[in-house]
Design a protein around this ligand. Structure first.
Ligand code: PMP
Length: 368
């Protein structure tokens, strides 16, 4: 659709047109029930079908083993920064290992300190989050209750390699924030004990956080954990012990069907590699007009963070303005980092990325 912006926003980000059109088609009359999906009981047969189908499609696309459960929670991915230690730690004396590679793992460690003792296995803040120290240098606590890391740092554009958990001490509980690269590649779920992701990047709209949790972890939840945070209670009640964000779960269901139709996570990964490597290659070949300061080993396929002329703010502002004339939007960097950030979530096509590179080329030729 011509009027649709090429939306490179970091989240809430773009959603495939066909998903929005499907939601629009069913908006007034969901599968003939005479109501929208927003207007039916979360315990009724229509929604029961939606949540079951969403779960089973998630199991299918990620090949989630039988010994895992899926929870749909509210409060955003940020709520898990306290929800996880509340459920997994026995006492505030428990030590949790955090690998701090950007704003979101830092955020998790900051909230975590109200519930546990925080050990920073590595803290990349002094390096401005531009790289990650070699795993051989990581300083794990000898007896941490779990290890927390963020697979993709949305603000800083740092993505961890899939081999990351292989460097952890054996037998440790592994918790991973996959909010911004969830459903962008196949994942070996069995390497993790708990994966969580806010939906508003590749999995739908803001308002739900998806948790994939090893069932054996559920026994750790103490009865004193409040029910909105209580993983055991959520699991026992199919995430329906209180009213879940029904429309959001429905949208995630539509996104999963779209992913399956498009070829699954292998295809999402193939596209994300093509899109991001085209863009990084162009940036690196621009003779320093554009520059991505992130260590090539850790560059994110999802969020490409870069500067123009090493931080020429006037030119960066002009870039954003001119881009909008080409229907290219939401490319300003996070306020804490500055510069520019292009997010290449699943709904962004290879062609749209090429259009961006064309614009970047002409902008460079006119302004260098
Ligand atoms: N973790 C990551 C990696 C994120 O990108 C975000 C949000 N952009 C969050 C956590 C926090 O998510 P929410 O805003 O849903 O609380």
């Amino acid at each position: 659709q011509e009027f649709r912006a090429i939306n490179f926003g970091a989240g809430p980000g773009c959603i495939p047109d066909s998903v929005l059109l499907e939601a629009q088609k069913e908006l007034l009359n969901f599968q003939g029930c005479g109501k929208s999906i927003m207007e039916v009981s979360h315990r009724g047969k229509e929604f029961e079908k939606v949540i079951q189908e969403t779960k089973s499609n998630l199991i299918k696309v990620l090949s989630i083993p039988d010994d895992y459960d899926i929870l749909f929670l509210q409060g955003g991915a940020s709520s898990l920064f306290s929800g996880i230690p509340m459920n997994l730690c026995e006492s505030p004396n428990d030590v949790v290992d955090f690998i701090v590679t950007g704003a979101w793992s830092k955020g998790a460690s900051t909230d975590g300190k109200y519930f546990c003792k925080v050990n920073k296995v590595a803290d990349m803040e002094p390096e401005k989050f531009l790289t990650v120290t070699d795993p051989s240098q990581w300083k794990f606590s000898p007896d941490s209750t779990y290890i927390h890391y963020c697979d993709n740092e949305t603000v800083h554009g740092v993505e961890m390699p899939p081999s990351t958990p292989d460097h952890f001490p054996e037998g440790r509980i592994v918790v991973c924030d996959m909010s911004s690269n969830f459903l962008s590649k196949p994942v070996n779920v069995s390497k993790y004990d708990l994966i969580f992701a806010g939906a508003q990047k590749n999995a739908g709209i803001s308002g739900i956080t998806i948790v994939i949790i090893k069932k054996s972890l559920l026994t750790k939840t103490k009865p004193s954990v409040p029910s909105v945070f209580n993983f055991l209670k959520k699991s026992q009640n199919n995430s329906l012990d209180n009213t879940p964000p029904t429309f959001n779960i429905y949208i995630t269901g539509l996104v999963l069907k779209w992913i399956i139709k498009e070829g699954g996570l292998e295809e999402m990964e193939r596209r994300s590699i093509e899109k991001s490597s085209n863009l990084y290659k162009f940036i690196d070949g621009s003779n320093g007009f554009y520059r991505c300061g992130i260590d090539a080993k850790y560059r994110s396929r999802m969020n490409v963070v870069f500067r123009i002329q090493d931080g020429n703010e006037q030119l960066e502002e002009k870039f954003v303005k001119e881009a909008s004339k080409h229907n290219i939007t939401d490319i300003k960097g996070h306020r804490s980092v500055g510069g520019l950030r292009v997010s290449l979530y699943n709904a962004i096509t290879v062609d749209q990325t090429k259009k961006l590179i064309e614009f970047m080329t002409s902008f460079m030729n006119e302004n260098k």
